[in-house]
Design a protein around this ligand. Structure first.
Ligand code: FES
Ligand SMILES: [Fe+2]
Length: 344
């Protein structure tokens, strides 16, 4: 069991795809806390502690009834807010008012189920609670979804996704090449819980992904927001009016295991599904496999060598923001704009 930074309980995390949640309760673990997600016939989502307060049977072994989520052992039944609403066999049928199970907030957006562990946003929470960049890809954009489980820390996986400096080495040829570095102006802007990083000076790129699928860029921006601390996005806008949004959601099961959900949204461009699936997707998957191997090796070796956090330089652009969101030792950030010139 780990000690998670308390503010992470106020943060939204993706725990499942909407399509995984039917009438059968679905068990997940987020930040070491077992949660059951279930859907009522009305469509309402439940997110409750996966442990019946009577004899601690997993509620995910139960079933949904018209009254709520019913435990498989003696049938105690719980509403979406965690209240016990039925104890079968009691003559009155009434529950003791104090019997309840912990309830998390749950929201559904873009085919994904989001959970906030403190429950403070209520049930059926609205998507406007999610960071603006998550809601930016338009509904008519083409969308691809991907899921995996990595044996790595979420903070390291997030840093890997947002870090451009490893791409020359780990994804040589696919994303960038070591021999073709160019000076790039980077702006790191922090406002409230949100951070974005803009790159100027690499409108064209040398890698295969760019050559196959992209055109001259107008904007290249990386997004992070502590209110959904596991989620980050790379946004690319092109001169021809099209845009790509590549979003990864890292949700810690524990300090050692992270669930990863990814979406790719393609806006305003002719990109038949088969072309993306056969040309672009294999390259993206290759990139993700390379990243996964790296952060899994990093996790193993950190343990093997008994190391804490590493040494950073100003090239580790997003690390201070990630530390602030994830680590108790992280320094709180104030609103700021920082400009750096780097060779990418
Ligand atoms: S263990 Fe759940 S009702 Fe008894
Ligand atoms: Fe990478």
């Amino acid at each position: 069991m780990n000690t998670w930074k308390p503010s992470l309980a106020r943060s939204w995390f993706v725990v499942a795809r909407s399509s995984q949640i039917g009438r059968k309760p679905h068990a997940v673990t987020l930040l070491d806390r077992p949660i059951v997600i279930a859907r009522a016939s009305s469509g309402e989502l439940f997110a409750l502690d996966d442990c019946c307060p009577h004899r601690h049977i997993p509620l995910s072994a139960g079933r949904m009834t018209e009254h709520g989520l019913q435990c498989a052992y003696h049938g105690w039944t719980f509403a979406a807010d965690g209240r016990c609403v039925a104890i079968p066999g009691l003559p009155s049928g009434a529950c003791q008012p104090l019997v309840r199970v912990g309830a998390a907030s749950v929201a559904e957006y873009d085919g994904l189920v989001w959970v906030r562990l403190d429950g403070e946003a209520g049930t059926g929470a609205i998507a406007s609670a999610l960071p603006a960049f998550v809601r930016r890809p338009p509904a008519q954009a083409q969308r691809f979804v991907w899921h995996a489980r990595w044996n790595a820390r979420a903070i390291d996986a997030l840093e890997n996704f947002l870090d451009a400096q490893h791409t020359h080495f780990v994804h040589a040829g696919i994303v960038r090449s070591v021999r073709r570095r160019a000076a790039v102006d980077v702006t790191v802007a922090r406002t409230g819980s949100a951070l974005h990083v803009d790159y100027e000076g690499q409108q064209d790129q040398s890698g295969w992904l760019y050559r196959l699928f992209e055109s001259r860029r107008e904007l290249e921006r990386a997004h992070f927001d502590a209110s959904a601390a596991g989620t980050a996005q790379l946004e690319y806008r092109y001169r021809n009016g099209s845009a790509l949004y590549f979003t990864l959601h890292f949700s810690p099961v524990s300090d050692a295991v992270t669930q990863v959900h990814g979406t790719l949204h393609i806006e305003n461009r002719w990109a038949p599904r088969w072309a993306v699936r056969f040309l672009v997707w294999p390259l993206l998957r290759r990139v993700l496999q390379q990243d996964r191997a790296l952060v899994e090796a990093q996790a193993l070796n950190r343990q093997r060598c008994r190391r804490g956090e590493g040494i950073s330089t100003e090239l580790d652009l997003v690390r201070p923001a990630l530390d602030a969101a994830w680590l108790s030792s992280g320094e709180a950030w104030t609103d700021s704009v920082r400009k750096v010139r780097v060779l990418l």
